[in-house]
Design a protein around this ligand. Structure first.
Ligand SMILES: NC(=O)C1=CN([C@@H]2O[C@H](COP(=O)(O)OP(=O)(O)OC[C@H]3O[C@@H](n4cnc5c(N)ncnc54)[C@H](O)[C@@H]3O)[C@@H](O)[C@H]2O)C=CC1
Ligand SMILES: O=C(O)CCC(=O)C(=O)O
Length: 426
């Protein structure tokens, strides 16, 4: 019998801590601040009962991890997935802190979710589960405390249920002022025109800006997308509108390939009656899932889950540019391989920050009792994201580092400044 232990792949939490510690050491971050940012402020775990359609009562486990709020209320999405646990929520909350800081928003970082497979539940069950979860979270969330938003397997409908449940616990006089308790709501319930496409737009825009910095355009470039939900669909649409060609798509159910290009709008329409699945799309060929990352293309957009590209499959990647639509799609070992091979990575905390920037505008719109138009919103997102992109680009050149390190330097510095200005940890 062998005594050798197989090396377990690093978790998302280990990855984010490694990224953080590396940059904290590089910039000589004040030791006290380093300790504070290295922990999560609150880890809320709730267990709650919900009656299923058949009368059976099931117990669910939900999480909300609040990493840091030095710059403002905690902010971040809610994920419904069978594998979400407190460690994943910690990692995702930490990424939110860096993302909101880098974006220059008055928010901290949080993330959460419920351990479940939404495909196993009816809409009515999902509604009851969401309402019970909101009730269990109580005043741990709030418009000036912690503001949830959509993430994997949650959507504007989920946010509307949270809004309604939260408001029903408040006195009638304060209800109308509380709809900024969540962002990513349906437009009819105070949601922002354009929040639906904000993340995908940001992914597309950062790719476009990066190529422009190299004297290139998207015209004729080929790209592949892993994950064809909110982020993958919108990013694909914007890319194709600008002249790029979508040659492969992978989701949790199938991997599709078409050399002549897949129309993202037709594929999106195909997914709608199929609970989001791309399976069964006859206008493209179905290929083996393991062949996906090695496909010949110019740009790779991972827009599904974390830890998808690792030291093994990183060797097969053909794209010169990876734009992280997902949070944490590349392990630290995978990244080392990719950087050594000269592949550029636009990091999640910059690449997918269009979503939280849109959420910030929704929160502002609600606070001010305003209603903004789509073109106005898209212009504001584009302006903010372009400024952020340029700051990271400058930090790459000045520090002679990769894009993730540059983004972390800016994000950590802004929080460090807030702590030192307050004089608590000089
Ligand atoms: N929705 C948003 O505004 C934002 C989302 N993100 C990140 O983007 C990623 C995608 O989020 P959404 O598009 O909102 O989720 P979604 O639930 O709308 O779509 C997720 C997609 O990933 C696919 N997927 C799941 N497991 C997979 C697997 N093992 N292999 C291949 N594909 C798989 C699903 O089939 C689906 O197509 C996540 O990492 C999320 O944290 C980041 C910033 C904002
Ligand atoms: O819009 C938000 O508040 C957060 C979206 C999110 O979860 C993310 O950026 O990862």
């Amino acid at each position: 019998m062998s005594t050798l232990q197989e090396k377990k792949p690093a978790t998302m939490y280990e990855n984010v801590m490694q990224q953080y510690n590396q940059v904290a050491n590089l910039v000589g971050l004040n030791e006290n601040i380093k300790k504070i940012l290295g922990i999560t402020n609150n880890e809320i775990i709730v267990h709650f009962p919900v009656k299923m359609d058949n009368g059976e009562v099931k117990i669910f486990t939900g999480y909300r991890v609040q990493h840091n709020n030095a710059l403002g209320p905690y902010k971040g999405g809610l994920r419904y997935h069978p594998t979400i646990d407190v460690d994943d929520a910690k990692a995702l909350a930490m990424w939110m802190t860096w993302k909101t800081s880098l974006a220059g928003l008055p928010f901290g970082g949080a993330k959460g979710g419920i351990q479940l497979d939404p495909r196993e539940h009816s809409l009515a069950e999902l509604e009851r589960i969401t309402r019970r979860f909101t009730y269990a979270l109580g005043d741990n969330i709030g418009p000036d405390q912690d503001i949830p938003a959509p993430d994997v397997n949650t959507n504007p409908q989920t946010m509307a249920w949270i809004l309604d449940t939260y408001m029903s616990t408040k006195s009638p006089s304060s209800r109308s002022h509380n709809n900024h308790i969540v962002t990513g709501k349906p437009v009819g319930s105070g949601g922002l025109e354009g929040r639906d496409r904000a993340t995908g737009f940001g992914v597309f825009l950062t790719i476009k800006l990066y190529l422009a910095s190299q004297g290139k355009t998207l015209e004729g470039k080929t790209f592949i997308v892993q994950g064809f939900g909110n982020v993958g669909q919108w990013a694909s649409q914007f890319m194709v509108e600008e002249g790029a060609k979508l040659i492969a798509v992978q989701d949790a159910h199938a991997t599709l390939y078409k050399e002549e290009g897949i129309d993202p709008i037709t594929l999106t329409e195909h997914t709608q009656p199929r609970k989001g699945s791309i399976a069964g799309f006859t206008e493209a060929e179905e290929i083996a899932p393991d062949d996906f990352f090695g496909l010949e293309c110019d740009v790779l957009i991972p827009a599904a889950l974390g830890n998808q590209i690792n030291q093994d499959n990183a060797l097969s990647v053909k794209a010169n540019l990876i734009a992280e639509g997902a949070n944490g799609p590349i392990t630290t070992e995978g990244e080392e391989v990719l950087l050594k091979r000269g592949i550029t990575i636009i990091p999640d905390i910059l690449c997918n920050s269009g979503g939280v920037i849109g959420s910030y505008f929704e929160w502002l719109q609600n606070r001010h009792g305003e209603i903004w138009q789509l073109d106005e919103v898209m212009q504001k997102i584009e302006k903010k994201l372009t400024e952020n992109f340029k700051r990271v680009e400058k930090a790459v050149e000045e520090n002679e580092v990769d894009w993730r390190t540059a983004a972390y330097i800016i994000a950590i510095h802004r929080i460090e400044l807030a702590y030192t200005q307050r004089g608590i940890f000089p």
